[in-house]
Design a protein. Structure first.
Length: 180
């Protein structure tokens, strides 16, 4: 994947062909497709696994824990991971930002996570259309907060404490965003 990342950054994601990738690492197209269903998988290699981990995390949350406290624990885990892998996270985000295909894939991943969060919140919120709507709104708003916080962190070159940024943003979401 390091070789692919290097080529993607040098030539651009769309301009880099699967044949070039295969030639560079000396594998056949058939071997490539045995391990990677698409070129996008090289940029988002653990997509399905990370979604399963998210779902397991949300399902394992204590019943008496508020959704916001669950989200705070989740945000802390992912923020620490991003800060520990700062250079890679920034490089990957630059690559994603340079490619409409990768931006679309990232958007699809965001939707998968939003659906997973909403379903988990629906299970915890009890029956009724109003509770279900609140769960879906919370999931959508949370994803917006995560995306905006990460965008800010990337634009600051990862120099700020992402845990603090994430927790502050979730606090604002829970309290409401005052117009100050």
């Amino acid at each position: 994947m390091a070789v692919a990342n290097k080529l993607f950054h040098e030539k651009g994601f769309e301009a880099t062909t699967i044949d070039e990738l295969c030639e560079t690492v000396e594998i056949s197209r058939r071997t490539f497709f045995r391990y990677f269903p698409s070129k996008e998988e090289l940029v988002f290699p653990h997509r399905a696994e990370r979604l399963r981990e998210l779902i397991a995390f949300l399902e394992a949350a204590p019943e008496d824990e508020s959704p916001f406290d669950t989200l705070r624990r989740m945000a802390t885990i992912f923020a620490v991971e991003h800060m520990e892998n700062r250079a890679h996270a920034i490089s990957q985000q630059q690559l994603i930002g340079s490619s409409p295909n990768l931006q679309a894939t990232e958007g699809a991943i965001d939707r998968e996570w939003e659906v997973a969060m909403a379903r988990a919140f629906v299970q915890r919120s009890g029956p009724g259309p109003a509770a279900e709507l609140r769960a879906w709104v919370l999931a959508g708003a949370t994803l917006g907060v995560i995306r905006a916080t990460l965008r800010h962190w990337f634009e600051a070159n990862g120099e700020e404490d992402l845990v603090k940024l994430g927790l502050d943003a979730l606090d604002c979401l829970e309290r409401g965003f005052p117009l100050e």
